[in-house]
Write a protein that binds this ligand. Structure first.
Ligand code: ZN
Length: 374
């Protein structure tokens, strides 16, 4: 059934909302949910909106369920077959920057919510214009504000494109964290003809490199892949053939599960470097999290099965997302949305039929949450 969701989606696709711009999309959303209360929060050029409605009788909400998302998109790049901000529909497929990541998800949950009549809690929407950027003044500051006014949700679903091959095959129930590292080995620069008089840091690193490069730091568990140290850059030397380098620098990243922390990583590196003169800088840009809410997981599982017939698998792979901020505030959060095949790519697209299905999945999900909570 086409109830206006596609027309609305096309309208927001035509707004060129490259991070951190929202280009009036928030007002369009507000128009769709005109009986919802709204909170706008702008900081350092980033815009955020929170819309909420208490559906309960006597204002005694049983629980608060929030849908999260970002209206910002990455730039289109060249080489598109369609206008990247045209919202063009060709043969049942919409081609536009952001249709999968993640305006399609946003349109779907707004129209799911519009169709909800009986509900005994609070339904809300949290949208930001900075997820593809640094995200410092996005979802996080809105949640801080909600905490201050005692309006934090109990549960959240972020409609990022999590589906892999078919709509409904993957739900994310957590994410790995990310640790960036820089390590430096000190040597002593000298003439290449007298290598024994100096200390070449390349000679120091060579025997231990196999214990650094692409090494697994733990075995993972039921929910997470093993944490892996991935080297992204090695530099040494001054770019000539007759001088040995003074020092050597390695940059790396670890997508870590809860079994590996900055501390365990440092201990491991200390053991590898043993007595070698090395220094280390670690920076954790996000922490791993996992949702253990059966109600959330079972409700989305039921809804996906009901609409698509597919049994979803639960996953924690991929990069980071704003779901981590919900988790930081103690909110149970999962992520589910459209296919991620074409996100950030040229000719990003989504099927009209899948957007209608996603809307229906979200509607059943809300009803199922309502049924599951006493
Ligand atoms: Zn996204």
């Amino acid at each position: 059934m086409q109830d206006g969701v596609i027309d609305f989606l096309v309208k927001i696709l035509q707004r060129e909302s490259i991070t951190p711009n929202e280009c009036g999309i928030f007002d369009l959303v507000k128009n769709e949910l005109d009986d919802f209360k709204s909170i706008y929060l702008d900081k350092n050029g980033v815009k955020n909106i929170f819309l909420y409605k208490d559906f309960s009788k006597n204002n005694k909400p049983k629980f608060h369920l929030c849908f999260g998302g970002h209206v910002d998109v990455v730039p289109s790049g060249n080489g598109w077959d369609y206008h990247p901000f045209g919202g063009v529909i060709d043969n049942g497929i919409i081609y536009s920057r952001g249709v999968a990541d993640m305006k399609g998800g946003i349109a779907s949950f707004i129209y799911a919510i519009k169709n909800i009549k009986d509900f005994s809690g609070i339904l809300s929407i949290l949208l930001t214009s900075d997820e593809e950027g640094d995200g410092i003044y996005g979802t996080k500051i809105m949640l801080e504000h909600l905490k201050n006014i005692n309006l934090l949700p109990d549960f959240a679903l972020v409609a990022e494109p999590t589906s892999n091959k078919t709509l409904g095959d993957v739900v994310k129930i957590g994410r790995r964290g990310s640790i960036n590292g820089k390590l430096k080995i000190q040597g002593k620069q000298g003439h290449v003809a007298y290598p024994n008089k100096f200390i070449n840091p390349i000679d120091l690193i060579t025997p231990i490199l196999p214990r650094l490069s692409n090494v697994l730091l733990d075995n993972g568990d039921d929910n997470f892949l093993a944490s892996r140290l991935v080297i992204t850059n090695i530099s040494a030397g001054i770019g000539v053939v007759n001088v040995t380098p003074n020092d050597l620098e390695i940059m790396f990243n670890v997508r870590n599960n809860p079994l590996t922390t900055q501390d365990t990583l440092k201990k491991y590196l200390d053991s590898v470097f043993n007595n070698l003169p090395y220094s280390l800088e670690l920076k954790q840009s996000s922490y791993p999290f996992i949702t253990d809410s059966k109600i959330l997981i079972e409700s989305i599982r039921y809804a996906i099965k009901d609409i698509t017939g597919i049994c979803c698998s639960l996953d924690t792979g991929g990069g980071t997302s704003d779901a981590r901020y919900f988790s930081n505030f103690g909110i149970d959060v999962i992520e589910f949305g459209l296919l991620n095949e074409s996100i950030h790519a040229i000719n990003e697209n989504a099927k009209v039929d899948e957007i209608l299905k996603l809307r229906d999945i979200f509607k059943v999900f809300i009803e199922q949450m309502e049924n599951s909570i006493e």
